[in-house]
Design a protein around this ligand. Structure first.
Ligand SMILES: Nc1ncnc2c1ncn2[C@@H]1O[C@H](COP(=O)(O)OP(=O)(O)OP(=O)(O)O)[C@@H](O)[C@H]1O
Ligand SMILES: [Mg+2]
Length: 318
């Protein structure tokens, strides 16, 4: 992930996340970032590093799930030369590479159980013991852990140690799925439309309102990653000046999206999304939105309050 990826968001939920991230950046406390796949956990981890005193050190992201179990320890803590067959060279390990910097332990739930006490020890004592060595080495590494699974559940199933969870979870940043912050969908879609428009030499492409309606109604189980891919594909397929419904994948263009909501929830999410798109259409002008929706301004204001759309309406209102 290039670290110049700007964070694009408009929802209240995400601005709360950003201010929490800024606040934890100034300390060196452990942070646990949770959220479904594609919600931006790595982006937030990188942001914390970039605004923390550790930014002068290295940022080392490690995907724990991608390391074979028997190599996890040497990847994290390093190994001495000759520690095991194939260890021809000494290896520093991620903690020492990220010394005075930040180590992201992504998919921490995949850490083998027998390695967990060793990680806990490193976090508590600020020293690592490389595999095959008996000399501990001091480290000053800021640790951020991320997970898309429920660690409490892993603890309940004895697959994750509660003491390690406690140690990692000093501050938790929980990123809500995209479908729970629909105000972010239009700004993200427009951003990725511009981004891929430039990359694919179609800089003037926009998103038709029909296509935007579909984007707003989709469930986005793959969150922002899925949205970005959807826009990349749409820009690629689009041969006119705006993205139409037929440039969206099948699951989206019927606005079908499998929906497990009960009727009341479905009506509520439809109302919320409809108000979001109306506010979007009128540039945040509440009087005009109320008029077009056939509501009194006071009723619309109540909805804006209820659905947390205040920032959204205000930002565009001049
Ligand atoms: N708010 C955002 N603004 C712009 N791009 C975003 C935002 N959130 C996520 N993305 C983009 O979506 C993609 C997925 O984000 P990221 O890799 O941070 O997710 P993740 O939560 O780590 O996912 P996974 O659990 O699958 O690793 C990246 O390309 C990232 O740049
Ligand atoms: Mg990730």
């Amino acid at each position: 992930m290039p670290h110049y990826q700007p964070i694009v968001a408009r929802s209240r939920a995400f601005s709360d996340i950003m201010s929490l991230a800024q606040r934890v950046a100034s300390s060196s406390c452990a942070v646990l970032i949770t959220g479904e796949s594609g919600t931006g956990k790595e982006l937030i981890a990188r942001t914390i590093h970039d605004s923390s005193p550790a930014r002068t050190g290295r940022y080392v992201p490690i995907n724990v799930a991608a390391i074979p179990d028997d190599l996890v320890e040497s990847e994290l803590f390093g190994h001495a030369r000759g520690a095991f067959t194939g260890a021809d060279q000494e290896r520093l390990g991620a903690f020492r590479v990220a010394d005075r910097g930040t180590l992201l332990l992504d998919e921490i739930g995949e850490l083998p159980l027998y390695t967990q006490p060793k990680l806990l020890r490193v976090l508590e004592q600020h020293e690592v013991l490389p595999v095959g060595s008996d000399t501990p080495v001091d480290v000053d590494t800021r640790v951020i852990a991320a997970t898309s699974c429920d660690l409490d559940e892993l603890v309940a199933h004895r697959r994750f140690r509660p003491d390690l969870l406690f140690r990692l979870n000093v501050v938790q940043i929980a990123i809500p799925p995209l479908r729970e912050r629909p105000e972010d969908i239009p700004v993200l879609a427009e951003y990725y439309c511009r981004h891929y428009g430039q990359a694919l030499d179609k800089p003037a492409i926009s998103i038709s309102s029909g296509a935007m309606q579909c984007l707003l109604r989709h469930r986005w189980n793959g969150n922002v990653r899925e949205l970005a891919h959807t826009l990349e594909r749409a820009v690629l397929l689009c041969d006119g000046d705006s993205i139409q419904v037929n440039h969206l994948p099948d699951g989206l263009n019927g606005c079908a999206g499998i929906n497990r909501e009960n009727l009341h929830e479905a009506v509520e999410s439809f109302k919320r999304q409809h108000i979001v798109s109306m506010l979007e259409a009128v540039g945040g002008d509440r009087q005009e939105a109320a008029r077009r929706l056939g509501l009194s301004p006071a009723t619309l204001f109540r909805y804006i309050d209820k659905y947390g759309l205040k920032g959204y309406a205000l930002e565009r209102y001049h």
